[in-house]
Ligand binder design. Structure first.
Ligand code: PPS
Length: 293
């Protein structure tokens, strides 16, 4: 496997970031959104790929087997702010998308989203996942993704996660920022990972409702079957097995796909400390999560 230098963290307008997601900043900020675009905006590891693929199958799943077997998800749903040496930037991939609506992924907090998205009243889908499972999933991702900052061991990573010293900064600020954004920008739909786990079909219906689509039972079956964890794990176009910088032998991208895996990672002391910090940081919001289903 090609050796890649790991990124380091730095403060970027008050949020911990790394160069992979900030080096193309001016281009990203000048991105021209279109009214029919759909932006999937999440904190890392919230179930972004799950919802991206659901949308992709919903809009373009009938385009035939050629597309299904040859275009990886990161080219169907470009990651707006990503830039890696000798690869097309996410912004360029988004510009070149031949399909409508353009599905675009971002992990940016709302204050960093390019202004044309707001000006064009673009539909935004936020995927939220409880903090503990997000932290666990993020830890394993940082281990296997050779471009991410070195995560250290689990207790080091957890402490950094609590302090917002991870790429995209504080989970608490990020999710609260997006939750509150809906008060001033209503064209946002919220999806919770835990709800998707509990009833994918129900969440699919809500998504269709937000998008103004009515789907047949066959259509719904086709999409919800395609996005089942086991099916996505086997699907080379969505399991990121084509991406060189990810060492899937260390930890697969489609890792566990569960609610509550945090229980296999947190010690009792870590849980107490995390909960105490969480209560303080989340006391002034109506946003509620479930860490078990
Ligand atoms: S990224 O890199 O931020 O875009 O990652 P993201 O896609 O947001 O999150 C990856 C986690 O989502 C899980 N996942 C799923 N769970 C259940 N069902 C389906 N279909 C599914 N697709 C992705 C994936 O396994 C990662 O979670 P963990 O807990 O690490 O398994």
């Amino acid at each position: 496997m090609e050796e890649i230098d790991r990124d380091t963290l730095f403060d970027f307008h008050g949020v911990s970031m790394s160069k992979t997601f900030t080096d193309n900043w001016d281009e990203v900020q000048n991105f021209q959104a279109r009214p029919e675009d759909i932006l999937i905006a999440t904190y890392p590891k919230a179930g972004t790929t799950w919802v991206c693929y659901m949308l992709d199958l919903l809009y373009f799943g009938r385009m035939g087997p050629q597309r299904e077997t040859s275009i990886p998800i990161h080219k169907r749903v470009p990651f707006l702010e990503i830039t890696k040496p000798s690869q097309p930037t996410g912004k360029d991939l988004a510009d070149q998308l031949p399909t409508t609506p353009r599905l675009i992924k971002t992990h940016l907090p709302p204050q960093f989203v390019p202004k044309s998205f707001w000006e064009q009243n673009v539909r935004i889908i936020n995927v939220f996942r409880n903090a503990k499972d997000s932290a666990v999933s993020y830890y394993h991702f940082c281990r296997m993704s050779k471009g991410m900052p070195e995560p250290g061991d689990w207790s080091t990573f957890l402490q950094n996660f609590m302090e917002g010293k991870v790429v995209y900064g504080s989970w608490h600020d990020h999710v609260k920022g997006w939750w509150e954004k809906k008060l001033t920008y209503p064209n946002i739909h919220h999806v919770f990972y835990e709800d998707l786990i509990q009833d994918t079909g129900r969440e699919f219906d809500k998504l269709c409702c937000f998008l103004g689509l009515s789907c047949s039972a066959e259509e719904k079956e086709r999409v919800t079957t395609g996005v089942r964890f086991d099916n996505m794990k086997q699907n080379q176009m969505v399991n990121y097995s084509t991406v060189q910088s990810l060492n899937q032998k260390l930890s697969p991208f489609m890792r566990k796909g569960k609610v509550g895996d945090w229980r296999n990672h947190f010690t009792v002391v870590q849980e107490e400390k995390f909960d105490e910090d969480y209560t303080r940081k989340m006391k002034n919001t109506t946003l509620q999560f479930r860490s078990d289903v």
